[in-house]
Design a protein around this ligand. Sequence first.
Ligand code: GLU
Length: 477
Amino acid sequence: MTRTRFAPSPTGFMHVGGVRTALFAWLIAQKDHGTFILRIEDTDKAREVDGSIAQIESSLRWLGIDWQEGIDKGGPHAPYLQSERLAIYKDWAQKLVDNGRAYADPYTKDELEAFRDDAKTSKQPFLYRNHRPENPPEWDGSQPLRFKSDPKSYTWTDAVMGDLAAGSEAIDDFILMKSDGYPTYNFCHIVDDMLMEITHVLRSQEFISSTPKYLNLYEALGIAPPILATLPYVMAIDGKKKLGKRDGAKDILEYANDGYLPEAMMNFLATLGWNDGSEQEIFTRNELVEKFSLERVQKSPARFDEQRLLWLNGQHIRLLSIDDLFERVRDFWPVSAATASDERKKTILALVQDRLKTLKDLSVITDYFFADPTPDWNMIAENKQLKKLDNDTLAGLLHAAKDAFEKSDDFSADGIQNTLNDLLETTGQKPGILFSVIRLAVSWAPFSPALNDTLSVLGKDIVLARLDSATRPATNQ
Ligand code: GLU
């Protein structure tokens, strides 16, 4: 049975790289009807940031990545917080001592420094294993405990990176337990993955150079390693450096506030370094579960392209039913919509759905449906085509439009389109000019849905009133 885990350290917010690792591990478990475990690795107390665990849990929940075993859920291998498992690590450390595979490190910092300097002088790589004490003191938990390695070369197969190899120089005596009683990551993740029966370990590229050490420790513990899958780094858009805060690596929950849909984010993260071999770009959550496989994860780093995320978000917004979209945009309406009925809001939502790239766009794109907009004549003055119009022409067009709409008794979208087409003929204007003038006069918004739909939903009275009051002050020409 497939059992995967996400094992973050509570050292701050969750950014795309971390969440992508969680997603891939979750997808594998989902696909195999297996179990996904959330384990918190809090053995480095100095790096811990308050509130991180809650932040990790809410980030995963927002994305719809659910875990079956974890701190809040319990499970057959509880506890899932490493600082509550210290006795377990101590036990396993003692087993390694008893088998002659671990020893108390008797050296002071200065002594170790001297060994290092010697290696430097003789131009040799520094290895702890060249300095194993002949008679190490008995380990009482207050000294660091080192692994007594068995140097050898390894070849292994990584489920993403393929066949890999390392020489015996990659194997050294590393610390298992620190003098503060806490285990190192290198030790406790292996004990936990073993006890929690993890079948696939997915993690980022930074751990790949340590894999030979881990293989050596698995051997010492007499256990077969799980399937190892190393995910390439997520790079900044230029492809040159690892994604950092300056290149857009922000808290995943900020995207929720910015009006991104979790399914768009999930689609984006899944396709950061994975594709299904076809041209398909938009995947629903179910399609991802069905199609995801480690075999198709790329070996080369993925690039973080925020424009692509924005595009995907627009695509996923279009996939929602109006009722679903209505639920998602509850916090994104303009203030002016406060008293509007749900029915009216849904009508407007259906009109703008295809134009929304984020839910946050809703406010700008719908405000003028609920309240009279404030004219901003700069929008005409700064528009390439419209700035050429003098006041008389502008007033003439607005007047002609008002006149035509006043006379027409068909204010359906189709009826309006007919009136607009007639207006093109009577005014002799290009659609780009005539329609933009009308659009601005009724909305004063940077963008809006199709003009005939917009006018129809606004209603005849409002359209006439706004066309009437859109008179440019002479000073503004
Ligand atoms: N606690 C490690 C980290 O946050 C986890 C690495 C792993 O998945 O084993 O980087």
